[in-house]
Write a protein that binds this ligand. Sequence first.
Ligand code: SF4
Ligand code: SF4
Length: 464
Amino acid sequence: MEKNDMCKKDKMNRRNFLKIVGISTVAATAGVCGCAPKKEADASGNAASEVPEGKMTCRNFPPSPDRVSLLGYGCMRWPTLPSPAGDGNVIDQEEVNRLVDYAIGHGVNYFDTAPVYVQGWSERSTGMALKRHPREKYFIATKMSNFDRSDFKSSVEMYHDSMKHLQVDYIDYYLLHSLGSSGKRSFKVRFLDNGLLDYLLKEREAGRIRHLGWSFHGSKEEFDFILSFHEKVHWDFIQIQLNYSDWKYATGNNVNADYLYAEISRRNIPMVIMEPLLGGRLSKLPEHIFSRLKARNPESSVASWAFRFAGTLPMVLTVLSGMTYMEHLQDNIRTYSPLVPLTAEENRFLLDTALLMREYPTVPCNDCKYCMPCPYGIDIPGVLLHYNKCVNEGNIPQSRMDKNYAEARRAFLVGYDRSVPKLRQADHCVGCGQCNPHCPQSIDIPKELRRIDAYAEKLKQETL
Ligand code: SF4
Ligand code: SF4
C-alpha cells in the first residue's frame, strides 16, 4: 500500500499545460464533459462513507513479482474542460493529477492507457500525473494501436512515442490493441506479416517490455487463433471484456466471457478485465433491476455488484475502470478494499439479473469513443447513450395509446436536446460508414442512428 505522503501536488501552471494538450476538435471529448456525476454518486448510496486506506486487494501471479491492485485505472476517460480558445475541450490536468494521487494513495497501482485514448492525449496526461510519483510505485500498461498504419516503421514509431509521452524507459504491460476487431487479418497484418511481433518479443527480452499481452474484441474463431500462439510466444496476460451480462449473453461481435475465461485459465494466463460495467450500462440499470440489487444490499452501489463479480474470479489480475469522477474512484476503492468475494448464491442472483436485462433492447455502446470524431460532427455515443437511458427509464413509447405516452415523449425529446446539441444529432448523419470499422462492439452505427432518428421524428410529428 502506498501512502498519501508520496503524493505531492503538481506545481505545474495550468495555462502552460493547456497549451501543450489542447484538443482542437469540438467533437473530441464533449461527451465526457457533459456528464454530470451527481446521479451516479447518489445512486451508489454510500458516497459519504469512509474510503479505506491500506486495504486494497492485490494479486500476484508468479513468476511475475508484481503485486497488482485489483482495481486498475482505465485512462480513456480523463476529465476535460472547455478550451480557453473556445475551440473544443482540453484535458483537466489538475483534476487528473488529483485523481491519480488519490488512487495511488489508496493502493491503486495499475494504470492502463493507449495512444488512441482521449483523442491521442491520454498517454501524455497520464505520464505527467504519474511522473510525480516514484517509478517503482506503479505499473503502466499501454498498447500498440496500429489500426490504420500497420507498417513496421510507423508501428515502431508508435511504440517509441508511447515511452516518450509516458516519460518512461520501460513499459510494464504492453498490449497488441483490440485484436479481432477486423478479423484474423488484423493480427496477421498488424503483427505477423510486418515482423512487429518478433520485434516486440525482442523488446521483451531486452526488458523494455516487462509483460506482453493483447486485448480482444472478436469472434471465437479469432480468439482461438491468437490464443494458439501461446505455445510459441508465451503471452504474459490477456485483456478481455468480462462482466455478469457478457458472461453468458455477449452481444455483437463479442464472445461469451465464460468461454474466454475458461480457455485462458486453462493455460494459466492472468487476465486483465475491461468493461466490468459494460460501458456504464451495469450502473445505469432499468429501475426495477436497480431496485432488485439495492434491495439485496442497500449500503452498496449497484456498480459494486459488477466489480465484485469480476474480482471474484481467481485468474483476474486487475479490473479496469475508466473513472472520470472522484465519486466513482472512491466507490470502486471501497469495493476492493478489500474485495468481498461473491457467494455462489450471489453469483446465481447476478446471472439471473443478466437474464432480466435482456428484456431491455439497449444498443451495446460502451462510450469508448473509438468511433469519434465523426467527420460530420455527430456525437455518436451521445445519441446512443441517450437512447439507452430512455430504454432503461421506460421512455420509449410504442404508441400514442401508451399510458405514459405524453410524459415519455417529452422525456425523450427534451432529454435528447439537452444531451446532444441539435447539429450533432442523428439526423445529420450522412451514412458515410467511416465510423463502423472503429467500433469494437460491431454496432452498425449509421443504421442505429437512422433508426433512432426515425423514432425521434415520429415522436416529434406525433405519428407513432
Ligand atoms: S456514418 Fe454517420 S456517424 Fe458515422 S462517420 Fe459517417 S456521418 Fe458520422
Ligand atoms: S458506437 Fe462503438 S466505437 Fe462508438 S462509442 Fe459506442 S461502442 Fe465505442
